[in-house]
Design a protein around this ligand. Structure first.
Ligand code: ADP
Ligand code: MG
Ligand code: ZN
Length: 461
C-alpha cells in the first residue's frame, strides 16, 4: 500500500473473558456446545428475572488486561452499569449491559500498548447468536463476559494493525484473561481523505487485514474521482473480499444509555488492584530479555520459548534445579516440543514436571544414559512424567555388551559392511542403527561407532 496517503485506523476489539460462569448468572461459559444447553431465565431475559451481582472474576480479568495495556484504572470513581438499548433478535432484554457509553467511567483508560494509545477498556455482556437464515437463536453465548478495548486512531497501515494485534494476543495469553477458542471480534475504523467509516464485526486477523486493504483502496479511488467520504457503517464480505455499506452512521444509532437500576455501581479498591498487579507474570518482552541475558539462550530459541509462558516458566524451573539451560536448550526447543507436537498437546495440558526432565538431562550429562534412550523416555512423559529412578534397564551398557551387539550387527549385515569398505562411508550408519535397536538404545553412540570400525578394520587386515 502506498504510504503517501493520509491513513488513520482505530480499533474496537472484543474478546471473551476467561471465566467459568457468565456475567450475571451462574450458567457455564463453555462445556456443552448443544444449542441452548447453558441458559437460565436471566441470560434469556425472561420477564421478572433480575441479574445476579456481576461475576468478580470477569472484573478481575478486565483489570489485568487494562494493566497490561498500561491503562489508568478507575478505582477512585464508581463504575456504573448502563443499559444500551437496541432492538435485534439476539438481544432478549432489549438492552445490553455495559460499563460504557457517553459520560460513563470505564474500568481502565488512557493507556498505551506498543506505541498505540488506548482510549479505554470496558466490560460488557455478549448478546445471543441469531441465525438470520433459520431464525433460530442460540443463547449459550448470551451473557458471556466480554471485554472491549478501544484504541486511538493511530495505526497507519494494515501491517501495523496485524503486528499489533498479534502482539496484543501474545501478551494477553500470558495472563490467560481471554479465551482463545472463541477468537476476537473487531470493529475497524478507517479514514483517509474524508470522514471515517466503521467496518463492523470482523472475526479474524486475516479478515481485518483484508478489509482494511480493500477499504483504503476504495476510499483513495473515490477520492481521485472527487467523491467525498461520509460517516458510514460497513460490513465485510469475506467470501467476496469487499466491504459493503450497511447504513449512514448518523441515522438511528441512539442507544438511549441509562444506568441499570438492577445493578450496583462497582467500586474498585486500590489495594485490590495492587494485589492483582503483583500476581501477574512478567510480560513476553521481559521474559525474552531474561532468557537471552540471564540464561544465555540464543535469540532464535529464546523467541520460540517466549511465545508461551508455560515454556518460559519450565525453563526457569529447570535452571533453578541446576540445569545449564543454555547448553541443554535443545531438550526443550526440540525434544519437548517434538513430544508435545506429536501428541497434539500444549504444555499446560500435560503433567510434565521440570524436576523429572532435569534429572533426565543430568543423567545424560553424566553419561549414565544415552541421549537416544533419554529421548525415548521423554516420549513416555505424556500424559504424565515420572522420576527416572523408577525405571530400570535404561542405563548405558558396558563395553563388552556393546561389543557383542556390534558383532551381531556386523554379522547380520554383510552388504552394509561391503558397501562401507568399498567407499560408501554412510553405510556405517546403518550398522550403528542396528546396534541401537539391538541394545534398546542403551549403547553409547561414539563407542558403537569406534567398536564397529575396529572390528571391520581388523577383519580387513
Ligand atoms: P462509535 O460510537 O462510532 O463506535 P467510538 O468513539 O466508540 O465511536 O469509536 C471510536 C473508534 O473510532 C476508535 O477506535 C477510534 O480510534 C476510531 N476513530 C476515531 N476517529 C477516527 C478517524 N478519524 N479515523 C479512523 N478511526 C477513527
Ligand atoms: Mg463503535
Ligand atoms: Zn444464565
Amino acid at each position: 500500500m502506498e504510504k503517501e496517503f493520509p491513513i488513520k485506523i482505530g480499533l474496537e476489539i472484543h474478546g471473551y473473558l476467561n471465566t467459568k460462569e457468565k456475567l450475571f448468572c451462574m450458567c457455564l461459559t463453555s462445556g456443552d456446545e448443544k444449542p441452548n444447553s447453558r441458559i437460565c431465565p436471566i441470560c434469556t431475559g425472561q420477564p421478572g428475572s433480575k441479574p445476579m451481582l456481576p461475576n468478580k472474576k470477569a472484573v478481575e480479568q478486565v483489570i489485568k488486561i487494562a494493566l497490561v495495556l498500561g491503562c489508568k484504572i478507575n478505582h477512585d470513581k464508581g463504575l456504573v452499569w448502563n443499559r444500551k438499548h437496541y432492538s435485534w433478535p439476539d438481544l432478549p432484554k432489549g438492552y445490553q449491559n455495559t460499563i460504557s457509553g457517553a459520560y460513563s467511567v470505564p474500568v481502565g483508560e488512557k493507556g498505551k500498548f506498543q506505541g498505540i494509545r488506548i482510549t479505554e477498556v470496558h466490560l460488557e455482556e455478549d448478546p445471543a447468536q441469531w441465525n438470520p437464515e433459520t431464525g433460530k437463536i442460540n443463547y449459550n453465548r448470551s451473557g458471556l463476559p466480554l471485554i472491549e478495548i478501544v484504541t486511538e486512531p493511530e495505526f497507519s497501515s494494515e501491517e501495523d494493525v496485524v503486528f499489533w494485534l498479534r502482539s496484543l494476543m501474545h501478551n494477553l495469553s500470558y495472563i490467560k484473561a481471554i479465551r482463545k477458542d472463541l477468537g476476537i471480534k473487531a470493529d475497524v475504523n478507517v479514514s483517509t481523505y474524508g470522514e471515517r467509516v466503521e467496518i463492523k464485526n470482523l472475526h479474524s486477523i486475516t479478515d481485518i487485514k483484508k478489509a482494511i486493504e480493500y477499504e483504503v483502496e476504495r476510499q483513495i479511488e473515490n477520492h481521485k474521482k472527487g467523491i467525498t467520504q461520509t460517516r458510514e457503517t460497513l460490513t465485510y464480505d469475506s467470501a467476496k473480499g469487499r466491504t459493503i455499506k450497511m447504513r449512514e452512521k448518523e441515522s438511528g444509532e441512539d442507544y438511549r444509555f441509562i444506568p441499570d437500576p438492577d445493578l450496583p455501581t462497582i467500586r474498585l479498591d486500590e489495594k485490590g488492584i495492587k494485589k492483582i498487579s503483583a500476581g501477574m507474570p512478567e510480560m513476553p518482552d521481559v521474559k525474552l530479555k531474561k532468557l537471552i541475558k540471564t540464561y544465555k539462550i540464543d535469540k532464535a530459541n529464546a523467541e520460540i520459548l517466549a511465545k508461551n509462558l508455560e515454556l518460559v516458566e519450565f525453563v526457569e524451573s529447570l535452571a533453578e534445579k541446576g540445569v545449564d539451560v543454555s547448553k541443554n536448550i535443545s531438550w526443550i526447543t526440540i525434544e519437548l516440543l517434538r513430544v508435545l507436537n506429536y501428541n497434539k498437546k500444549a504444555l499446560e495440558e500435560v503433567e510434565i514436571k521440570p524436576e523429572h526432565l532435569a534429572d533426565l538431562i543430568k543423567e545424560v550429562e553424566k553419561s549414565n544414559i544415552t541421549p537416544l534412550k533419554a529421548k525415548q523416555i521423554m516420549n513416555e512423559f505424556i500424559p504424565k512424567s515420572f522420576p527416572i529412578s523408577k525405571k530400570s534397564g535404561i542405563g548405558m551398557l558396558p563395553e563388552e555388551e556393546v561389543e557383542k551387539f556390534c558383532k551381531q550387527a556386523i554379522k547380520k549385515n554383510p552388504k552394509a559392511v561391503k558397501d562401507f569398505k568399498s567407499g560408501n562411508s554412510t553405510a556405517i550408519n546403518f550398522i550403528i542403527g542396528e546396534v541401537m535397536k539391538l541394545s534398546g538404545r542403551r549403547a553409547d553412540y561414539r563407542k558403537v561407532r569406534n567398536t564397529i570400525l575396529t572390528i571391520i578394520n581388523k577383519k580387513t587386515k
